[in-house]
Design a protein around this ligand. Structure first.
Ligand SMILES: [Zn+2]
Length: 427
C-alpha cells in the first residue's frame, strides 16, 4: 500500500493517474502553495540559556535586583496613569528615562543596579504601552498594562555585554552590577557576539540568557531526501516515509499529580506561608511538563533535520483551531466539550512550539523548510489527486479503490505540494 523510502520521493509527481478534466480545478487549488524563500544564511541569532549557581548571598541580591526593577516598572506605570488621568499628558519613554538619574540619587536602593538595565525595564513598559495602543487601533480589546506582582515579574535585562554586566566564558562566570560575580553551569560553548544578557528566575532556580548575534551556521551534508510532515493528535507527526511518531501527551500523564497539587493549593489559607510553598509545587509540576515537551520537540526535530534536505509542513493556524469553544453559542453543549478536549489536545501537542524548533534547527543546518496550504491535504488521495472519503483513521479513495492511513496520505499530499515547482500553479 505504502511506498516507503526517500529514494522513491522524486517520482511522486510522475506516477499519478491522469486526472479527469473536471478535477483539474481542484488539483490547481492543491498546488497553490506558499513557498518560503530559500535563504542560506551564514549566521543566525541564538539565545543560550545557562543555569546560574548563586551563593546564598547572591541569591538574596538577585531577588533584590528583581524586586527593585519591578518597583521601578510599577512606579513608571503609575506615573503614566496619573499624568493622563489628571492632566491628559502622555508620558513617554524619553521623559521617564530622563528622570532616572534623579531617582538614583533620591533612592539609594535603586542606585545599586545598572543604569542600562533600568532603562531596559522602562523600555519594557514602553513596549507594553505601544502594544496596547496598537491593539486599540486595530479594534481589539486589549488589557491595559498592569502592575506587576512578584509572581508576574521574573526577569531583568542588561541591553549590552560590558555595561553593568560582563560575561566571562573563560571562567564560566558572569558579573552583574550590584550582585557580584556568579558561577555558571556552562554545558556548551557560546558562539557569535553576545548582545543582551538577561537573568530569569524559575521557582528557586536562576538562569542566564545570552542573546547572541552572528552565530555561525553549521550546514549538514546533503542527503538528497525530502519529507512531508503532517502534524496530528493521535500521532504527533506522520511522515511521507510512512513513519508515525506517537504523541507523548506529557500533559495528560502529569494531569493527575497536577490536579492533586492544585487541590492542595486550594485548601491553603490565602496569604499563608503554606500556600506560598504549595504554589511553588504547582509551578514545578507545570514546569516539568513544559521541559519534557521541549525535550521531545528538540529530539524529534534533530532527527528530521539530520535526515532530510527539504522539510515540507502545513502552514499552521493554531490560533484559529484553538479559538475558545464558548465563543460559538450555536454549538450544542456536547460539541463544546468535544471542542474543548480537542483544544486541549492541540495545545498539549504544542505544534507551534515544535514548528519553531524545527525551523530554527533547519536554518542552522542549512536545510529548507517549506510551508504549504493546508487545504485539501486530508481530502484528496496522494496518488491520483482526486477527492476521497475519510473513514475513521483511514482514507478511502473510490477511484483507485484503495484504503490508506489518513495521516500518511496527508503527509504525502503535503510533500507533493512542497515538491511541485511554482510553475505548476500557472500551468
Ligand atoms: Zn486515488
Amino acid at each position: 500500500m505504502c511506498r516507503g523510502g526517500a529514494e522513491s520521493l522524486p517520482g511522486v509527481s510522475t506516477c499519478q493517474l491522469k486526472p479527469e478534466p473536471s478535477d483539474l480545478a481542484l488539483n490547481e487549488d492543491v498546488l497553490r502553495f506558499v513557498v518560503s524563500p530559500v535563504v542560506y544564511n551564514t549566521w543566525v541569532k541564538r539565545t543560550y540559556t545557562f543555569r546560574l549557581r548563586p551563593t546564598a548571598r547572591q541569591h538574596v541580591a538577585l531577588q533584590a535586583c528583581l524586586d527593585d526593577h519591578r518597583a521601578l516598572y510599577n512606579a513608571a506605570l503609575e506615573e503614566r496613569r496619573m499624568a493622563w488621568r489628571r492632566c491628559r499628558i502622555s508620558v513617554r519613554y524619553g521623559d521617564q528615562s530622563g528622570q532616572l538619574r534623579e531617582i538614583r540619587v533620591t533612592c539609594p536602593e535603586q542606585s545599586r543596579w545598572s543604569f542600562s538595565s533600568q532603562q531596559a525595564t522602562l523600555r519594557r513598559l514602553d513596549k507594553a504601552f505601544s502594544g496596547y495602543f496598537l491593539r486599540v487601533q486595530a479594534g481589539q480589546k486589549p488589557g491595559f498594562p498592569r502592575f506587576r506582582s512578584e509572581r508576574r515579574w521574573n526577569s531583568v535585562e542588561w541591553p549590552r555585554d560590558g555595561d553593568g554586566c560582563r560575561f566571562k566564558p573563560e571562567h564560566r562566570q558572569v558579573y552583574l552590577k550590584g550582585v557580584g560575580t556568579l558561577k555558571l553551569s556552562m554545558h556548551r560553548s557560546v558562539e557569535g557576539i553576545v548582545k543582551t544578557i538577561s537573568v530569569k528566575r524559575e521557582g528557586r532556580r536562576w538562569f542566564l540568557l545570552l542573546c547572541c548575534d552572528r552565530v555561525p551556521t553549521r550546514p549538514l551534508p546533503a542527503t538528497g531526501a525530502a519529507v512531508g510532515i503532517d502534524l496530528g493528535i493521535t500521532a504527533f507527526i506522520a511522515t511521507s516515509d510512512a513513519e508515525l511518531v506517537a504523541n507523548p501527551r506529557h500533559g495528560r500523564k502529569a494531569a493527575g499529580r497536577l490536579a492533586l497539587a492544585q487541590q492542595n493549593l486550594a485548601r491553603k489559607r490565602p496569604g499563608s506561608r503554606n500556600r506560598r510553598s504549595q504554589r511553588e509545587v504547582v509551578a514545578n509540576r507545570h514546569r516539568k511538563v513544559a521541559n519534557q515537551r521541549r525535550d521531545f520537540h528538540h529530539q524529534l526535530a534533530r532527527q528530521l533535520v539530520d535526515r532530510y534536505d527539504l522539510l515540507v509542513m502545513e502552514k499552521l493556524r493554531v490560533k484559529n483551531l484553538t479559538r475558545s469553544s464558548s465563543s460559538a453559542p450555536h454549538v450544542r453543549a456536547t460539541n463544546v466539550a468535544a471542542k474543548r478536549a480537542l483544544n486541549r489536545s492541540i495545545l498539549d501537542a504544542g505544534w507551534a512550539a515544535f514548528t519553531k524548533v524545527l525551523t530554527d534547527k533547519a536554518e542552522e543546518a542549512g536545510r529548507q523548510v517549506v510551508t504549504v496550504n493546508p487545504q485539501y491535504t486530508s481530502q484528496i488521495h496522494w496518488k491520483c489527486g482526486l477527492r476521497g472519503d475519510r473513514d475513521g483513521a483511514f482514507f478511502w479513495c473510490p477511484h483507485c479503490t484503495l484504503s490508506e492511513h489518513a495521516d500518511l496520505n496527508a503527509a504525502r499530499n503535503i510533500l507533493r505540494a512542497g515538491l511541485a515547482p511554482p510553475a505548476a500553479t500557472a500551468a
